[in-house]
Design a protein around this ligand. Sequence first.
Ligand code: FAD
Ligand code: 2HG
Ligand code: ZN
Length: 472
Amino acid sequence: MSHLPAELLRTLGEIVGPAGLIDDPAAMQAYLSDWRNAYRGRAALVVRPASAEEVAAVVRACYQAGVPLVPQGGNTGLCGGSIPDDSGHQVVLSLTRLTRIRDVDAGNETITVEAGVVLQQVQEAAAAVGRQFPLSLGAEGSCTIGGNLATNAGGTAVLRYGNMRDLTLGVEVVLPDGRLWNGLRGLRKDNTGYDLKHLFIGSEGTLGIITAAVLKLYPAVRSRTTAWVALPSPQAAVALIGRMRALCGDRLTGFELMSRQSVAFVLRHVPGCSDPFVEEHPWYVLIELSDTLPEAPLNAMLETGLGAAFEQGEALDAVVASSEAQVSALWKLREGISEAQNHEGPSLKHDISVPVSSIAAFIAQADERLQQAFPGVRIVCYGHVGDGNLHYNISKPVGSEDEPFRAQAEAIMYLIYDVTQAFAGSISAEHGLGQAKREAARRYKDPLELELMRSLKQTLDPTGLMNPGKLL
Ligand code: FAD
Ligand code: 2HG
Ligand code: ZN
């Protein structure tokens, strides 16, 4: 039985109907922990409205009753932002029934979708009209547009198309008191004051509930070349991305770095993966070139770039995919890292960014300090070179137990974040703060920025009912 006031329960039931309320403890479980089971909470209720109007009515009712809400989309976030605390007093507001694609305006190159639409469905809807929606990430088959917006998601195509903030023209938001703001303007120019949509994008559900968005479409890709390249060092990767960019410009749409340790985990744990090379190499990059022309000379460009890289000692070996199946196999080696690392015990995740020019020095310094302070830990370093974004993740030493390793997690995290700060970097490049990095943000973020953020929160959500305990 829920501890919520009976009147609120009745009102919520009237708004969403029986299909929209979950109070059975067993049925609630899927909403109370994340996919890795790294975060777990309790809730008074799970509410699943099916339209923006229903969301507004639910939020209004909870506002009037003083009940805190935890918005949740596909629950694939990596910082525990969508998981309630363990008080049992919070209500999980699941947006997964808001699944309408409201409009596709090919002339305006936009698509208007509701918050619960899964990213992959948006990609498919764009393809159906000969366009693409370029946000691409490992969780695209289950994450939702609302979650992508709330975390300002990035992924593997940011170097060409930007992150979610860059792909969004308008949003519709239910404010903390239940008013519905229709900011669904499909305009590329609108200088009529503060750009309020950017307050909600990346706010991790702490300022309001995003119910829909107008997203940008791009011309469909008609030719693509994918290569897997072995490298001696991260420095070589930075040199190679500069070389490829100079040569290919915007045709360079993917440039993903992986350490041998990262790839070794995938080879060990993800079925169907094999090493493209006979020999082991210390670092790899996955390079993708693409174009809207069906027969763009991408292979020739790649050969020119790689030829020069071999001459300069930046590249050690390379394979170019010759079929769609090989393209998928190479991407699987990259996208499988998150899952593979889970099989090796707790993954300590550090989603950091530094200036691209500092990537190699950051890795060298962080590696050295970590191995000195925590001998034997396994460094699983990979990421999006064009964005200066590294997933500098750590697994326990071979043969050690989970618990002593978990006890070191905070010290490891602060060591890595200290190095990040020394390179003027960010402690969260693309996953947000959620509950995982809230404390760390207090330590590393400018106090004045934090003060401004708190005053915005106070203005928009004075009673603090929107995703309490997250971000701030
Ligand atoms: P959830 O996890 O449900 O929620 C995330 C946050 O958004 C929470 O704070 C929640 O309260 C809030 N929220 C959700 N919906 C709404 C809404 N409608 N209104 C207001 N707030 C809301 N991220 C990247 O940026 N790049 C990557 O390359 C990447 N790769 C990933 C790979 C894997 C295998 C996995 C599991 C995750 C990856 N992620 C990546 C994490 C990424 O943040 C999420 O996958 C995605 O953006 C979150 O969407 P979601 O619908 O699952 O949101
Ligand atoms: C990726 O780039 C994601 O694969 C996930 O951002 C990173 O699991 C991670 O640490
Ligand atoms: Zn990433």
